[in-house]
Design a binder for this molecule. Structure first.
Ligand code: SAM
Length: 280
């Protein structure tokens, strides 16, 4: 008789009625930190996958889309970003993209869970490697507390958070965006990851409204991230002076990327109607 073939599959239940499933080659890491469960699994389809509380945060194969798109739209809209703050983002991917701009003098990462950074350095060196750059400052702290103390200090702030549960709940609140407004310089720009236009419509509409109330310029854009719920992800941008729609394509930087280009930047804001509705 043939040997019994056992296969291990991981499913993230992305809504009560829908999920994403991947075959697991092996489990590389599992731990309960003070804040969340941290797992790393190896998959054939997407390489190593970082899971926080059972939710896919990043994978070797598709991380570039999310990290490039949370960073470059703001970084390339601001004419001279010098001081950049990333809240969350302990895997280091957003910081890696920010560091591609020669104007950057400091890139500060405020991550609540030190273990995410350590695990990323071990299992995702191509993402977390940038955290060793001398321009990077790492603060292990709640991002909400951190921005309360910052005033007129940053050119760009990126909110690279987990889903709005546990310590990340406050990262989706209006008071937090108010603090970000004050932490930005007079011509600063912020971008927050704002979940799926399929599954999180109320959240996107609410965050967009809050940001549009606070900032003279608010823009919503999307990118296709295959391992995130619904495969389509949204980002909400708030800007005090510079409009990402008005940038001169010719003058834009062409950082080394796999998804973002100045042409994509110009096209990003032509939203499908069912997504544009969320900004009305
Ligand atoms: N790209 C991912 C996504 O959209 O699924 C998110 C990246 S994940 C590395 C986000 C990080 O935010 C986690 O490491 C988590 O520990 C951190 N985080 C959650 N709440 C936070 C808070 N209040 N302050 C700082 N970091 C926080």
């Amino acid at each position: 008789m043939d040997k019994l073939q056992m296969e291990l599959w991981f499913t993230e239940k992305q809504t009560p009625d829908h999920g994403i499933t991947s075959k697991v080659v092996r489990t590389l890491h599992h731990e309960e930190t003070e804040y969340q469960t941290v797992d790393v699994i190896e998959t054939r389809q997407f390489g190593n996958m970082l899971l926080l509380d059972g939710m896919v945060m990043t994978t070797d194969k598709d991380e570039f889309v999310y990290h490039e798109m949370i960073a470059h739209v703001a970084m390339n809209t601001h004419p001279e970003p010098k001081d950049v703050l990333v809240i969350g983002g302990g895997d280091g991917g957003a910081i890696r993209e920010v560091l591609k701009y020669p104007t950057v003098e400091t890139a500060t990462l405020v991550e609540i869970d030190e273990r995410v950074i350590e695990v990323a350095k071990t299992y995702f060196p191509s993402i977390a490697g940038a955290l060793d750059d001398p321009r990077v400052r790492i603060r292990i702290e709640d991002g909400i507390r951190y921005v309360e103390k910052a005033e007129n200090a940053y050119d760009v702030i990126l909110v690279d958070s987990t889903e709005p549960i546990g310590p990340a709940v406050g990262l989706f609140k209006r008071e937090f965006y108010e603090r970000i407004f004050h932490a930005l310089r007079r011509d600063g720009i912020m971008v927050a990851q704002t979940e799926s236009p399929w599954f999180n419509r109320d959240l996107i509409a609410r965050v967009y409204r809050d940001i549009a109330d606070l900032f003279p310029i608010a823009r919503l854009y999307t990118a296709s991230v295959p391992t995130y719920p619904s495969g389509l992800w949204s980002f909400t941008l708030g800007s005090k002076v510079y409009d990402p729609l008005e940038v001169d394509e010719i003058k834009l930087h062409r950082p080394e990327t796999k998804y973002y280009t100045p042409e994509i930047h110009k096209a990003l804001f032509a939203l499908p109607k069912y997504v544009a509705e969320l900004t009305k």
